[in-house]
Design a protein around this ligand. Structure first.
Ligand code: HEM
Length: 540
């Protein structure tokens, strides 16, 4: 459903009184936008040269160009109307810059990183994240800087990510055991569901410690994360008519921010219980084992946040906002990479064979599972993960940025207050940067390949699935560690087949858009015990 339809449905669904109430601000907005464009044309024309735009409509601007899969429609629109990968749109009342080429991404994310490092205000994010005091939606400023410093130093350092290796290995083992039971029973595995549960359990364990399964907390978190992801969907009407939502949100109760309030209350209850548990344990541990701001090797995120709370001047609500961030940002992203890597490998059996050969040769003989240390030598595994991130970035439009000052990009003026949308999906398929851009070819990332030197750490602007610059994903190492160990074990312990009657051409990767994009169809595969895996897991 596009956004014009959405607006139409709102009008259809409400009572006559609400319709009148909706129409009044719509007319006011129309009047306001006409007077602004007249006024603006007199004042701004000589000074400003905005990037090119397609024709727009009154009130909705260019929203009607944004279809069900914005990353796809925006790429098409840029090819037709953009200039050098830059295009200016008015989405509802919001001025927006769409960045669709590696060169434009470099100009924006490297040269103007500081100017565009903020986030647009969002009523939904305000409601979900305690006034956007988390990391992901916090505006650029001292609070955000403090939180970034805190998480990069204490939660996502290489040392800390490595300290979770045993926990990761335990969780992988549990999944392998479950799949083995399914294989013995000759049944199929829902890979989408299994990977999502796994990624959720990994984050739950890192955040709240090894008792995370108590009282079904992990399941509850999964449910609540799904709600959050649906609510933060990057393209909802409320974001593009903030004036309208302010005026009508409380009357109609329709807007997402009302639902976000309810969701936050559920999060609050659960997080309060878990934080209080942690405080109790901290008090009862000898002389405050975790005190003094120094976290222990095996401490979880909550322990760490409580131990550095004073040093960083953060409140209890800030802690809860950070934790909700970790759950929302860390689960879907990693599980989608795993699901799509498996889907691509099933569509390309010769690549699956090559990956299995590498993983099996590089894992010491007779070892029941692939261990973290074995992965270092698996260059093809890493290439498969990179190629999955290139073709299927979980967040195809990253998170929206916001310009804080006027800036000049490639001869165009980007006004202060512009929403900056980086179309990483289009950038990763740019024909000038990538050979056979629409095909899944991990070999490009291997030694001698055309992209052998290209990495995702924010220095190569043709490949920014984690973003780049100040707002680059701080969970990159954590996410990659989760994905690599699971993918290696999936292909080490089992051979995989499609369900009876299904051909590889039937694997449908058509996406459903949201903050992260999901394949429309679940990936269902049949595991077959592989000799190494059978032996090892039976010895247990
Ligand atoms: C394969 C896995 C992952 C991918 C592809 C990914 C991707 C991204 C992207 C595209 C952004 C937005 C960058 C921008 O605004 O320019 C982001 C931000 C973020 N990610 Fe990740 N992410 C992954 C895993 C994780 C994990 C595991 C965590 C934490 C447990 C995490 C935490 C965050 C946070 C807190 C932010 C907000 C950063 C800020 O605004 O300063 N991510 N991620």
């Amino acid at each position: 459903m596009d956004h014009v339809n959405l607006a139409y449905q709102v009008l259809q669904a409400t009572t006559p009184l609400a319709q009148v109430l909706l129409l009044v601000p719509l007319l006011l907005l129309l009047g306001h936008s006409i007077s602004r464009s007249r006024h603006g044309s007199k004042q701004q024309q000589p000074k400003r040269r905005l990037p090119p735009s397609p024709p727009g409509l009154p009130i909705i601007g260019h929203l009607h160009h944004v279809g069900n899969r914005p990353h796809v429609s925006l790429r098409g629109l840029d090819a037709k109307h953009g200039g050098g990968g830059l295009m200016f749109l008015r989405l509802g009342t919001v001025p927006s810059l769409i960045v669709s080429s590696p060169r434009a991404a470099q100009l924006v994310l490297r040269m103007h990183d500081h100017a565009i490092a903020s986030r647009p205000a969002s009523k939904v994010a305000d409601a979900l994240f305690y006034g956007s005091t988390d990391i992901g939606f916090s505006p650029y400023g001292e609070h955000w800087r403090q939180l970034r410093r805190l998480v990069t130093t204490h939660l996502f350092s290489v040392k800390k990510v490595n300290s979770y290796r045993d926990a990761r290995q335990d969780e992988v083992r549990l999944v392998m055991e479950k799949i083995r039971e399914t294989a013995v029973a000759g049944k199929a595995v829902d890979i989408s569901e299994t990977m999502n549960t796994f990624a959720n359990d990994i984050v739950c364990r890192a955040v709240s410690g090894k008792f995370f399964r108590e009282e079904g907390r992990n399941k509850l978190f999964r449910e609540m994360i799904e709600t959050n992801i649906r609510l933060i969907d990057g393209f909802n009407l409320e974001e593009y008519f903030p004036g309208l939502s302010n005026a009508l949100g409380s009357i109609t109760g329709w807007f997402s921010s009302n639902k976000a309030d309810e969701s936050r209350k559920r999060w609050d209850g659960l997080l309060e219980t878990i934080i209080t548990d942690h405080e109790g344990r901290r008090r009862s541990s000898e002389h405050g084992r975790l005190g003094g701001g120094v976290e222990q090797e095996d401490s979880d995120f909550i322990d760490v946040l409580l131990s550095v709370q004073e040093e960083y001047g953060i409140t209890r609500d800030h802690i809860k906002a950070i934790l909700i961030d970790m759950f929302s940002a860390g689960t879907d992203t990693s599980s989608l990479v795993l699901e799509l890597a498996m889907a691509e490998l099933m569509r390309n059996p010769q690549l699956m064979t090559r990956l299995q050969a590498e993983v099996r040769v590089n894992t010491p003989k007779g070892q029941e599972m692939v261990a973290q240390d074995d992965i270092a030598s698996m260059t093809y595994l890493r290439a498969v993960v990179k190629e999955t991130l290139r073709l299927h970035p979980p967040a195809p439009l990253l998170l929206p940025h916001l310009s804080m000052v006027d800036c000049e990009v490639d001869g165009y003026t980007i006004p202060c207050g512009t929403r900056v949308i980086i179309n990483e999906w289009a950038i990763g398929r740019d024909p000038e940067s990538w050979e056979k851009p629409e095909e899944f070819v991990p070999e490009r990332f291997t030694e001698g390949g055309s992209a052998a030197a290209v990495d995702f750490r924010g220095n190569d602007f043709q490949f920014v699935p984690f973003g780049a610059g100040r707002r680059i994903c701080p969970g990159l190492n954590f996410g990659m560690a989760t994905v690599e160990i699971m993918l290696a074990n999936l292909v080490y312990c089992f051979d995989w087949e499609l369900p009876a009657g299904m051909e590889k051409e039937d694997i449908d990767l058509t996406e459903v858009f949201g903050l992260t994009v999901h394949p429309k169809q679940k990936l269902i595969l049949v595991p077959k015990l592989h000799a190494i895996g059978v032996h090892a897991l039976q010895v247990e």
